[in-house]
Every structure is written in structure tokens, then in C-alpha cells.
Design a binder for this molecule. Structure first.
Ligand code: PHE
Ligand code: ZN
Length: 876
């Protein structure tokens, strides 16, 4: 918590560090309320930073300073300055050893940043600026140092871990022992980690491409030791993939993962010692859904990939965060695409991007992929930095091609290994390796907002000439009223009336990438024998919106015949958007609702296409979510969105009942569980059919759910049946299912979280009163972010109906919870407040109530810097 308004940090103010730290020796004596940290730093004036010997400034927050010494001589209290955010020490020599001793309170640390306790286990989280909560240090990523760490703890903490290799261990009198770790790679402090606890491990081995053997270990609390197999399998697959696709080999003799219950994010790539949110690593068929299995696979890979894209080559400053995150998300997405269905992975990612990142980019916190200022860096671990950042890397990949991109990444790793660099360095490596100019492309890093492509066309039948005219624009965003044109790769194909693909040139090419660089541009295709139907932005080749005036018949043709699976899905989405927009309009006008017959027919024919990947069918059958409709709307009218979507879903479910039933029965066989793409796809379609069937609330359908609930042997089927029974049908049935589920799984944290989320996200069963009751349940804990996300987060982000109750009670509830949370965990508070920061987009009544709720947060007293930044920017 702070005294004054938090200050803003600007990219333009970046200066090289005055001092470098060649080596860092740390010693921890662990005690819950008074851990003693002793450090010995070999410090040297940075020759690249200028003349003279300016004072040394170290960061430090919530530390109790015990002593400071230089080269073995203790400093008197008047020989340095200790303030709220650090230490200032005068310097008299160009190189010296600094010794510091301080105390910290892990047990009292609920921010989950720095050193803290989770269920009795000590663990650390240092990214972005958590190391300063451990000891005084130049806590910035461009100061890279070799760490040696000694952990001293009572013997009932048998496992003591840190980065690198274990080099010593021993007993200390008085029931204590120690272990010393040495990390041979210089790293910034944000990659430091320490773990101590009563943990068990599973162990495996990986042989790298050069034949080195690496020990792989996953540590958990004893009760979870049976849930590590999938993560281990994913880790080995990721290690192999990074060798094959990027030529990157692992560099230490040991790689460790630890599962932790209290964690603000998904996981953390600390060198050689990744720390994971339990929910993102632990799984077994009985307790984890397919979605969880896939999420674990991708996060394990993501953190592993950081070893090169993040650790070996790191960020110069936090404005460059997307350098490691955008690139690593792109890498993990490609890995997942290779392990599973590429098209389905792309659809999932894009629909998430369009719903949530587009909304962020159109909201008060909109910022470029490389932000140019922040108050609190934790607020910039955003969808823009991660997901849009990954799209930017993907566009480079599209422009350069597979091989060109690999040449670029090879050069990047070679040039910058062991360095802290910038997004500019990444783009420059791509350019230099390929002899291309990406000058204009760089605007993707500096300009915020989602570009819009307005596309029209013209066909000259006499000349067999087809002209595509493209106009690009980008809305103003905070601090950026005008935008310059982007360099946009537009991948496309042209379809003939029978759905076949037309040749685009004399070589017979059927797909091309147009490079849009101007505000307005026309592209001419010669020798086109008939008026074509353009299949635009295939595979979502750029993070933009596309407007083109398709007729419903054209969309149905694309849905049926496009060779690009992503665009088949997208055509279906466009058709659904249209129908739902019409329904919303009719609802507001008080006109009787009617579903467009085109949509019904399109959906029926999807179900009948037996040659399609079942997961793709499931995606195509799913109506855009209320959140997606809200993002698409000019002005959000929550009531109209809910009415339209419910009406469409109801009508589809009734009209297609027999087809859905047939699909369900066809896929309802009991196979032993395997988390493999084909099986996941079948379960996905089966459970999508089940959810639709239950929309009708027909007894026949609810019985299917009952039967599946009673007989399921894996969590995917069990959770799907539970959700169907909670969301539809009578109370008694729902309560019975909820109760037996809880009784069976109450000891399993991950399943309990699922049980909480099913209820708080349910339009039918997740009223505000029900959510408050869940918060009073023993399973709820305000200091555990996973619990907070599964109750408060699920309610405000996924329960559109109940959160948007016309009396504004949902908004006030969220404000109240955010205020309470800010005292415990500012990062979580600042994230959770998001839904009410979008007040400007709502229709008037809702807008006023949301604004009032947000204002009440501001007026509630002293806010953390995290929450203050988000709330103050959103009130503007
Ligand atoms: N660097 C982590 C990742 O994306 C995310 C993270 C950020 C975790 C900050 C904890 C704190 O892989
Ligand atoms: Zn990451």
C-alpha cells in the first residue's frame, strides 16, 4: 500500500543500470514469521553506463533491514539511506562486495509475491518485481547475475529446492539441515526461485539431442503424487518438440516442477525450477476434464519453452514483456496444434482473442503490445501482451514462411544468448536473417487498438478480372488519437460457385497472402473465369476485424466447402452473429422473436457432415457466447443479448432434437479414457449434444444426463453431465447431483474448484444469493486465488445473466469483493475488477450502475497501486 498516488514509469526514461552484479550468494534461514535472508553481492560499476561513481540504489519492499556491510566492514546507520522502497548506498570503489542481512515474514505475506507460505510449503514468486520483497537488490531484468543459494530449514522440511544444480547438503545442529544450489547461468532476479516443504516427487529422464541425460522431477504434496503423469508426459513432448522445431536443447542436468495451491497466475518459468499453480499441472482421468488436460499440456510446454525464449534470452525492461510472452505463447500454440487438432486449437485461441483481447483493446486499459508507460507492471500481464503479442509473432511467421522464420529465430538466439534485449532486437533478427524490411510492421508493437478491414470487390466478367479493395482503419485508444496504417498479412482463397477453389494465377496457386500496407489498396486477380466468393483472413492471419458483405447463401457455401477449416467455422459464426443481432433488435423493438431459418438449416447440415472432425462440429454448433456478443455489440444491452441467445439456443435445441439425440447416441460408448485428440473430439461433440438436448428440459434428455452422471468414469463426462443438470431441469435433481458430487470429491482441490465454478457460472443456479452462500461454504477461501476465480470470477465473467441483473446488484457485489481483496492480494483485486471497468460500452441504465460501483471502489480508501491504476484509468 502506498502513501501518495503511484508514479508512472515510462519506456522513454529507460537508462542502463549503473551497477552490475557478477555474483549473488543468498542464505535463507526459514521461519514462518521471521525468515533471515543474508546476501553477498559482487558488484561492479557498469562501464556502459557512464562516468563516476553514483550512489548504488537497491529495491526493497516490506523488508526489515538488519545490517549492511561493504568488503567485510559493517556500515553505520548514517552511512546509507533506507526508505520505503529501498536502500541508497554511497559508493567509493568501482568494484566491491556488498553484504546485507534482512528479515521477512512469509506467513504474513498474502500477496503471493516474494517468499510466502502455501499450505505449509515455502515458495517464491519473483516476476515481475517480487524479488525486492525478499532482499535489497537491483530488481530489474537487465541486471543478470550468477546465483548460489543456501536454504536452511528444520528437518521436517525435507525438500529444499532452488535454481540450478545441488552442490552441497548437510545437517546443522538443533534439528536443522541445509542444501546449497548453484545456477551456472547468469539470470535476472525475477527468475530466482526457492521451495521448501514436505513434498513427494515423480522422476523421469530425458536424453537431449546431443545425448545428455537430464533428470526430470515433479514435486507435489503427498496426496497429489498420482496426478503428475500427464505433466511429465507433456514435458518430455515439449522438450523433444523444441529440439525438432527450433533446434533448442535443454541446458542444465535437472529440470524441476513444483505444484503450489496458492498462486496468482498459471505458472512461472524460474530457471530449472518451474513453479505451477496446482490447477495447471495436476490431472488424472477421474479428476480432470479434457480441457484441463489440454491446458496442462500447453502450460507445461509454455514454461519449458521460456528456458530459451525468456531465460537464455531475456527482457531488457518490463516494457519488452511481449518479447518473451508473445513469442512463447506462439511457440506453445504451435506445439499444441502439432499435438492435437490444429484447426480446433486455432478456433479456440481466436475465439478467446476476439472476445477478451478485442474487448481489452477497445476498453480503458487498452495498450500496445509494447506498452510505453505503466504504474504497476503486474497490470500488464494482459491478453494484449500475451495473445495479441503471439499473433504479432505469428504474422512474422506468415510473412517469412516456416524456413525464413526459423532462420530468424536461430539468429535471434545466437545473437542474444545471455543478454537482456528488446522487441526491436527480435524484429531486427527476423529482418537480418531474411533480408526483408519490417519497418512498417513494427507499428504492431507501438500502436494499440484492433484494426478494421473493410473489404469490397468487383468482378469484370468480360476481362475475367477480379478486384478486391481493402480499406484499413484503427479506432483511437487512450493516448493514441490517430493511427498510421499497419502492415497486415491477409491470407485468402477464392471459391467458385460449386465450392471448388479457383486458381489465383497461371501457376495454379490456390491460396495467397496479400500484404496490406496502405490505408486504401486494391488487388487485381486476372484470369478468374467466374465471379468468385472470397475466403478472407484464412486461419485468422492477422488480429483484425474484417467487414465484407456476405449473403447468407455465401456464408453457407463457405461453411460447407472452404478448404480452410478455420474459415468454415468463422462463416458459421458470422451467420449466427447476424441472426442474433436481428433477434436483439426485435427484442428491443418488442417484436415477436423468430429464428432465421437459414441458421437452423445451416446447423442441421453441420450435424449431418460425418466427414468433419467431431471437435470442429462441436465448435460449429456452439453459438457465440454472451460475452462474445457483448464484444461485437455497438452498445451492450445485456437483457437483449440474453433474450436473443436463449431464444436461439432453445429453438435450435427443439428443432434439432432428433439429430442431436442421434449424435449423442452414436458417440455414447464407454471407452477407456485417453487424453488424445480423437477421443477428446468425440467427447466434446457428445457433451455439446447433451447440453443442447437438456436445453429443452425434456425428461428424456435430463435422464440421459442423469445416467451419464451416475456412470461416468472420467471427469469430462461427469462434469458435463453435472453442468447439464445444474443448468437445466428442476431443483431437486440439480441439488442431488451437486451434493453427491461434492461428497465424492470434497478432498480433491481441483474438483472442488470445478464444483464451485459450475454453480457460480450457472444462469439458473448461480444467483447472487447462491454465490454468497458458496462464499460461506468451507471450501471457499478469500486468500486462495483459485477459489476466488472459481466463485467471484466465474460469476462476473461467465454468468452473464446473473451478473447483469437489472438492479445492479451484481456490480455492487463485485465492487465489494474487490475492495476486500485489495487488502490481501492487490494483483488479484486489480484483475477481478475488469468487468465493471467496461461501463462505457453499456446502455444507459447499466452504465450508471456500473460506474457507481467502480466509483465506490475508488472512494473506499487507500487502494493498492495495482487497483488504483486500473480503477483511475477506467473512471476517466
Ligand atoms: N511468466 C509467467 C508465464 O507466463 C507468468 C507469470 C507472471 C507468473 C507473473 C507469475 C507472475 O509463463
Ligand atoms: Zn510466459
Amino acid at each position: 500500500m502506498r502513501d501518495a498516488q503511484p508514479r508512472t514509469v515510462y519506456l522513454k526514461d529507460y537508462r542502463k543500470p549503473d551497477y552490475l552484479v557478477d555474483s549473488t550468494r543468498l542464505r535463507f534461514e526459514l521461519e514462518p514469521n521471521s525468515t533471515v535472508v543474508t546476501s553477498s553481492l559482487e558488484i561492479r560499476r557498469n562501464p556502459a553506463a557512464g562516468e563516476g561513481l553514483p550512489p548504488l540504489r537497491l529495491d526493497g519492499v516490506n523488508l526489515e533491514l538488519v545490517s549492511v556491510g561493504i568488503d567485510g566492514v559493517a556500515l553505520g546507520v548514517d552511512e546509507y539511506t533506507c526508505h520505503d522502497e529501498g536502500l541508497i548506498i554511497p559508493v567509493h570503489r568501482g568494484a566491491f562486495t556488498l553484504e546485507i542481512c534482512n528479515r521477512i515474514d512469509p506467513e504474513g505475506n498474502t500477496s503471493l509475491e516474494g517468499l510466502y507460505l502455501s499450505n505449509g510449503m515455502y515458495c517464491t514468486q519473483c516476476e515481475a518485481e517480487g524479488f525486492r520483497k525478499i532482499t535489497y537488490y537491483p530488481d530489474r531484468p537487465d541486471v543478470m547475475s550468477k546465483f548460489t543459494t543456501t536454504i536452511v530449514a528444520p528437518r521436517d522440511y525435507p525438500v529444499l529446492l532452488s535454481n540450478g544444480n545441488e552442490i552441497a547438503r548437510g545437517e546443522i545442529e538443533g534439528d536443522r539441515h541445509f542444501v546449497t544450489w548453484e545456477d551456472p547461468f547468469a539470470k535476472p532476479a525475477y527468475l530466482f526461485a526457492l521451495v521448501a516443504g514436505r513434498l513427494e516427487k515423480v522422476e523421469d529422464q530425458f536424453t537431449t539431442m546431443s545425448g545428455r541425460k537430464v533428470t526430470l522431477q515433479i514435486f507435489t504434496e503427498p496426496k497429489n503424487i498420482g496426478k503428475c503423469e500427464h505433466a511429465m508426459h507433456s514435458l518430455k513432448a515439449a522438450m523433444r518438440w523444441d529440439e525438432e522445431v527450433y533446434g533448442r536443447e535443454y541446458d542444465l542436468d535437472i529440470f524441476m516442477i513444483v505444484a503450489v495451491d496458492h498462486f496468482n497466475m498459471g505458472a512461472m518459468e524460474n530457471k530449472g525450477l518451474n513453479i505451477f499453480n496446482s490447477a495447471c499441472v495436476l490431472a488424472s482421468p477421474e479428476t480432470a476434464t479434457d480441457a484441463a488436460f489440454q491446458r496442462i499440456e500447453s502450460i507445461v510446454a509454455h514454461e519449458y519453452f521460456h528456458n530459451w525464449s525468456g531465460n537464455r534470452v531475456t527482457c531488457r525492461d518490463w516494457f519488452q514483456l511481449s518479447l518473451k510472452e508473445g513469442f512463447t505463447v506462439f511457440r506453445d500454440a504451435e506445439f499444441s496444434a502439432d499435438m492435437n487438432s490444429r484447426a480446433v486449437k486455432r478456433i479456440e485461441d481466436v475465439s478467446m482473442l476476439r472476445t477478451t483481447q478485442f474487448a481489452e483493446d477497445a476498453g480503458p486499459m487498452s495498450h500496445p503490445v509494447r506498452p510505453d508507460s505503466y504504474m504497476e507492471i503486474s497490470n500488464f500481464y494482459t491478453l494484449t501482451v500475451y495473445e495479441k503479442g503471439a499473433e504479432v509473432v505469428r504474422m512474422i511467421h506468415t510473412l517469412l514462411g516456416e524456413e525464413g522464420f526459423r532462420r530468424g529465430s536461430d539468429l535471434y538466439f545466437e545473437r542474444h544468448d545471455g543478454c537482456a534485449v528488446t522487441c526491436e532486437d527480435f524484429v531486427a533478427a527476423m529482418e537480418d536473417a531474411n533480408g526483408v524490411d519490417l519497418k512498417q510492421f513494427r507499428r504492431w508493437y507501438s500502436q494499440a487498438g484492433t484494426p478494421l478491414l473493410e473489404i469490397s470487390d468487383d468482378y469484370d466478367s468480360a476481362g475475367e478480372r477480379y478486384t478486391l479493395s481493402v480499406r484499413q482503419s484503427c479506432p483511437a485508444t487512450p493516448g493514441q488519437p490517430e493511427k498510421k496504417p499497419f502492415h497486415i498479412p491477409l491470407k485468402l482463397g477464392l471459391l467458385a460457385g460449386d465450392g471448388s477453389e479457383l486458381a489465383l494465377d497461371t501457376d495454379g496457386t490456390r491460396e495467397t497472402v496479400l500484404e496490406i500496407t496502405e490505408a486504401e489498396q486494391a488487388f487485381v486477380f486476372e484470369g478468374i473465369p467466374e465471379r468468385p466468393l472470397p475466403s478472407l483472413l484464412r486461419g485468422f492471419s492477422a488480429p483484425v476485424r474484417v467487414r465484407y458483405d456476405y449473403t447468407p447463401a455465401q456464408l453457407r457455401l463457405l461453411m460447407r466447402a472452404d478448404s480452410d477449416a478455420f474459415n468454415r467455422w468463422d462463416a458459421g459464426q458470422r451467420l449466427a452473429f447476424r441472426a442474433l443481432a436481428q433477434l436483439q433488435q426485435d427484442f428491443r423493438a418488442g417484436v415477436e422473436l423468430q429464428l432465421q431459418p437459414e441458421l437452423m438449416e445451416a446447423y442441421r447440415s453441420i450435424l449431418q457432415q460425418e466427414d468433419l472432425d467431431p471437435a470442429l462440429v462441436a465448435e460449429m454448433l456452439t453459438l457465440p457466447s454472451a460475452q462474445t456478443l457483448a464484444e461485437e455489440a455497438e452498445v451492450i444491452d445485456a437483457e437483449a443479448i440474453i433474450a436473443a441467445r436463449n431464444f436461439a439456443e432453445q429453438n435450435l435445441a427443439e428443432a434439432l432434437f432428433e439429430d442431436l439425440l442421434e449424435t449423442f447416441r452414436r458417440l455414447d460408448h464407454d471407452k477407456p479414457y485417453r487424453p488424445l485428440a480423437d477421443d477428446i473430439a468425440e467427447r466434446r461433440l457428445k457433451n455439446t449434444a447433451l447440453a443442447y438436448l437438456c436445453v429443452t428440459e425434456k425428461e428424456e434428455a435430463l435422464q440421459l444426463a442423469d445416467t451419464q452422471f451416475a456412470s461416468a468414469t472420467n471427469m469430462t463426462d461427469s462434469a458435463a453431465a453435472l453442468a447439464a443438470l445444474v443448468n437445466r431441469g428442476d431443483d431437486q435433481r440439480a441439488q442431488a447431483a451437486l451434493q453427491s458430487f461434492y461428497e465424492r470429491w470434497k478432498e480433491d482441490d481441483q474438483v472442488v474448484e470445478l464444483w464451485l465454478a459450475v454453480q457460480s457460472s450457472s444462469p439458473k443456479r448461480g444467483s447472487l444469493e447462491a454465490v454468497r452462500a458458496l462464499m460461506a461454504h468451507p471450501a471457499f477461501e478469500l486468500t486462495n486465488p483459485n477459489r476466488v476465480r472459481s466463485v467471484i470470477g466465474a460469476f462476473s465473467n461467465r454468468n452473464f445473466l446473473q451478473f447483469h441483473q437489472p438492479d445492479g446488484s451484481g456490480f455492487r457485489f463485485l465492487a465489494e469483493q474487490v475492495i476486500a481483496l485489495d487488502k490481501l492480494n492487490p494483483q488479484i483485486a486489480a484483475r477481478l475488477v475488469t468487468p465493471i471497468t467496461r461501463w462505457k460500452k453499456y446502455c444507459q441504465g447499466q452504465q450508471e450502475m456500473m460506474h457507481a460501483a467502480l466509483q465506490s471502489v475508488m472512494d473506499s480508501g487507500q487502494l493498492s497501486a495495482d487497483l488504483y491504476e486500473v480503477v483511475s484509468k477506467s473512471l476517466k
